[in-house]
Design a protein around this ligand. Structure first.
Ligand code: ATP
Ligand code: MN
Length: 477
């Protein structure tokens, strides 16, 4: 059967006067005549006008919010206001009923918390439809961006035997019988009996493998699921999230920053150019939500303006040392408002990052050259011996969106770093060999995909930008 999507019916003007068949779900049904029909192809509904005489009463009773229906009829210019075309229905089929006594999504406002518990149905709402269409658009734009720049996508393993990635707590992967774990002489788990003959975990990053790829293919990127068993119930962390990790040979820290900035600006521009219907909906939604909030919590710029702002303005670039100086001269510092004192040598806290991005600079900020002490072993040691060639990009309202660095390419320095981080060389022998054979300057970064989607949708909880979030005590659906 040839069907037309709601988006096609609404936008292809040559369909006016033609007979079409549309399948979708009923959003509302008014006056026993007007169905607002949505099929997910667009934020907009199409109005299907059903003539009472032509359809039996029993069938009419089944046109309830949430029901799946198939309508056939002629596309005509609309009489009512608010829509250009509508369907004059002459054939009508109920495909799947939705009992109004039970269907949880009624045509009224539901809270995001309520909808999180109905994750199997929430994609049928305007808000989540818009979010997940934008999520798709961003995924597509990312592949397109890298492809056009000569990068190759690399599929790095999801199960990893390397415990050197050092980005956080890992999820163990095992086929051992948990009720009867084989023990070695030291009474520790005998991992040689496990599936892979060694301890394995879900990956926290594809970077180490992506580096191997970059040192052969020049420019590569990964785009895959990433797992962190962080027991932090924040609005910015998931236990399973998607990460994009480009890695480039013969590129230093500045090249890396330039790539990251251009990449993020391109993605914001892509959303503005291709997703305006959904953006306008989310923008209006945010403005309405803001009205319910106290002045101080409202957005200074609305969603669309924030995207435009990012495309139009260079990011601020400062070093960690400069960031500490700014914080030490700030009002909240002098008024003792920070819960943690900013101090050279300790990591920036969320409150510090927010001050820099949202109060001081009011724009995205790239912070570079962090102390080596709290950054990963593979980041390149700077001449000062104290800092490494790292860079984080912080976004207003989001916090860290990108973390990256120039990688340590000098074998002797890298071996020293392994020692200092208690990483046995035999665990990363393959990584070290790339520094032995044809080593070169190279750099890369990781973009948290959901944090990007938060930025382009204006959603403030990361659980609302992934279809089925994984978080502590939460793996339903
Ligand atoms: P954060 O300080 O926010 O925990 P991180 O320093 O642990 O981040 P990286 O290890 O540098 O992050 O990971 C690269 C990117 O992946 C981050 O910039 C962020 O966008 C994203 N990210 C990290 N952890 C998570 C998580 N638990 N859920 C979702 N995205 C994450
Ligand atoms: Mn983290």
């Amino acid at each position: 059967m040839k069907t037309t999507t709601v988006k096609e019916a609404l936008t292809i003007s040559s369909l006016i006067g033609e007979k079409v068949t549309i399948c979708g779900w009923v959003r509302t049904f008014r006056s026993n005549r007007f169905i607002a029909l949505n099929d997910g192809s667009t934020i907009y509904n199409i109005q299907a006008v059903v003539e009472f005489e032509e359809i039996e009463e029993a069938k009419l009773k089944k046109i309830n919010t949430g029901a799946a229906v198939q309508v056939s009829g002629t596309v005509v210019e609309s009489q009512g206001k608010g829509q250009k075309v509508e369907i004059q229905v002459n054939e009508f089929e109920i495909l799947g009923e939705a009992n109004p006594e039970e269907y949880p999504l009624q045509p009224k406002k539901h809270s995001l918390e309520f909808l999180r518990e109905k994750a199997h149905l929430r994609m049928r709402t305007n808000t989540f439809g818009a979010v997940f269409r934008l999520r798709h658009a961003m995924s597509f734009a990312i592949h397109q961006y890298f492809h056009n720049k000569g990068f190759y996508q690399m599929h790095t393993p999801i199960i990893t035997g390397s415990d050197a990635e050092g980005a956080g707590e890992m999820f163990r992967v095992t086929t051992l019988d948990l009720d009867n774990i084989p023990k070695g002489e030291d009474n520790k788990t005998d991992t040689s009996k496990d599936f892979f003959g060694k301890e394995t975990n879900l990956t926290v990053s594809g970077q180490l493998e992506a580096e191997l790829g970059a040192l052969a293919l020049g420019k590569v990127y990964t785009f895959g699921p990433t797992f962190r068993a962080e027991n932090s119930n924040t609005t910015r962390h998931l236990a399973e999230f998607w990460m994009i990790e480009p890695e480039v040979a013969f590129a230093d820290l500045i090249d890396n920053m330039n790539l990251a900035e251009d990449f993020l600006q391109h993605l914001a521009q892509y959303a503005l150019d291709n997703c305006m219907d959904d953006l306008e909906f989310l923008n209006e939604r945010e403005i309405a939500e803001d009205k319910l909030k106290p002045q101080i919590e409202r957005n200074e710029l609305n969603l669309i303006d924030r995207l435009k702002f990012v495309t139009a303005n260079n990011f601020e670039r400062i070093t960690y040392t400069e960031a500490i100086k700014i914080l030490e001269n700030s009002k909240p510092y002098k008024k003792k408002k920070f819960n943690y004192l900013p101090e050279w040598g300790s990591d920036l806290q969320t409150e510090h990052e927010r001050y820099l991005v949202e109060k001081h600079f009011k724009k995205p900020v790239v912070i570079s050259d962090y102390p080596a002490s709290f950054k990963a072993f593979y980041m390149r040691q700077n001449e000062d011996g104290k800092t490494v060639a790292a860079m984080d990009i912080l976004f207003p309202g989001i916090g860290e969106i990108i973390g990256g660095s120039q990688r340590e390419e000098r074998l002797d320095v890298l071996k020293e770093k392994c020692k200092a981080f208690n990483i046995p060389e035999e665990h990363v022998w393959w990584y070290l060999e790339t520094r032995k054979f044809g080593t070169c300057v190279h750099s890369g970064f990781g973009l948290g995909f959901e944090r990007l989607v938060m930025f382009v949708t204006g959603m403030t909880n990361i659980r609302d930008v992934i279809p089925f979030p994984r978080a502590p005590k939460n793996a339903e659906f």
